[in-house]
Design a protein around this ligand. Structure first.
Ligand SMILES: [Zn+2]
Length: 124
């Protein structure tokens, strides 16, 4: 086992658990904000005539909405990963090992990206 990538200790796991809880709250807020943004864009899209292809507002709103939707999808995936990481941290003795190669992920990396499932080598 490489010296610079040990498995997380009990204290590390405590910190990682707190980070995951923070991530969970932050992403939940982001999802709520994006859902509001999309709802507003849908609303303003209704007010302009979206059938008119010469209407620049309609195109802009469509673009903004697609962007917000992509961010929302990403945030939902992030939230799933955070939930899975919390589950593993609680139940799975292999938490902290890479799901690709089985080597320790390393505490530094886990603290920086607590929901990661792969070591830095496999993430490349
Ligand atoms: Zn790996």
């Amino acid at each position: 086992m490489p010296v610079d990538s040990p498995l997380p200790t009990r204290d590390d796991r405590q910190v990682i658990d707190e980070r995951l809880a923070e991530d969970h709250d932050r992403i939940t807020e982001r999802i709520a904000a994006l859902e509001r943004t999309i709802a507003e864009l849908v609303e303003s899209g209704r007010e302009t005539n979206i059938d008119d292809e010469h209407d620049p507002d309609g195109a802009t709103i469509g673009f903004e909405r697609a962007q917000a939707q992509a961010l929302l999808d990403k945030a939902r995936t992030d939230l799933e990963h955070v939930g899975e990481a919390r589950q593993r941290l609680a139940d799975d003795p292999t938490f902290g090992t890479c799901m690709e190669c089985g080597e320790p992920i390393g505490v530094e990396r886990l603290l920086a990206r607590p929901s990661t499932t792969t070591c830095i080598d496999c993430a490349r």
